[in-house]
Design a binder for this molecule. Structure first.
Ligand SMILES: C[S@@+](CC[C@H](N)C(=O)[O-])C[C@H]1O[C@@H](n2cnc3c(N)ncnc32)[C@H](O)[C@@H]1O
Length: 211
């Protein structure tokens, strides 16, 4: 049974690592264009995981306006490259602006405009330390398949919205996004090749290590 924490404690944990002005601006631009970036707690978790693994090569599905990308870039090695994929060129333009405002050298962010399931097969097998998925929720099970091919042994795959606004844990919810996220969770739970953890920060960050 969970600890039964009060909302104030969840808020305290979520905001424990503060966001700076560049992240706040990128978040505000997300709201303007209708993109929901990862929350501060999930972002801080991503930065922590990227730092822990000394990530040099990271793939992100769903650039948005650059909030999660900035957190990842700040945790990766100083020479690390983030390859980030999004269908919307306008979102990527705003993300590029955020990376520039944060002083990230341009060569550290490779922005690819396109649909994840068309772009990912073109990326190099076994080359990446971390794959972060935050694109189309209905495609999450397919993103896992692609991520396992792209990751080095010991690499991490992470999915935002693993709790999907309280819908995943509620069996009455059967919309395609919720069903796909549940399917992803089951696949990860049943895999002998993955060590997993569901971090209840933000909207849920599901993380698995490829053994
Ligand atoms: C939730 S937002 C990403 C937010 C970003 N990861 C962050 O935390 O700052 C989802 C993004 O995925 C993009 N997207 C949706 N479907 C996609 C697909 N099939 N392939 C690539 N990108 C997709 C959307 O255009 C949107 O920018």
């Amino acid at each position: 049974m969970a600890a039964g924490l009060k909302p104030a404690s969840w808020a305290y944990a979520e905001e424990f690592v503060a966001e700076d002005e560049v992240l706040a601006d990128a978040r505000a631009r997300g709201a303007e264009v209708g993109v929901a970036p990862i929350g501060p707690g999930g972002g801080a978790a991503l930065r922590f995981l990227a730092a822990l693994t000394e990530a040099r090569a990271v793939v992100e599905i769903g650039t948005g306006t650059g909030v999660s990308g900035l957190w990842l870039l700040r945790g990766m090695r100083p020479d690390g490259v983030l390859t980030t994929v999004d269908t919307e060129a306008e979102h990527q333009r705003l993300a590029k602006k955020a990376f520039g405002a944060a002083g990230i050298p341009t060569q550290r962010a490779r922005l690819i405009n396109g649909a994840a399931l068309e772009v990912l097969p073109r990326l190099t097998d076994g080359h990446y330390d971390l794959v972060f998925c935050d694109g189309d929720k209905r495609e999450y099970p397919d993103y896992l398949t692609e991520a396992l091919r792209l990751l080095k042994p010991g690499g991490l795959v992470a999915f935002d919205n693993a709790l999907w606004h309280d819908r995943v844990a509620d069996p009455a919810q059967r919309d395609p996004e919720t069903v796909a996220i549940r399917e992803l969770g089951r696949t990860i739970q049943e895999s002998d090749e993955l060590l997993s953890l569901l971090i209840p920060m933000s909207d849920g960050l599901l993380v698995a290590r490829k053994l």
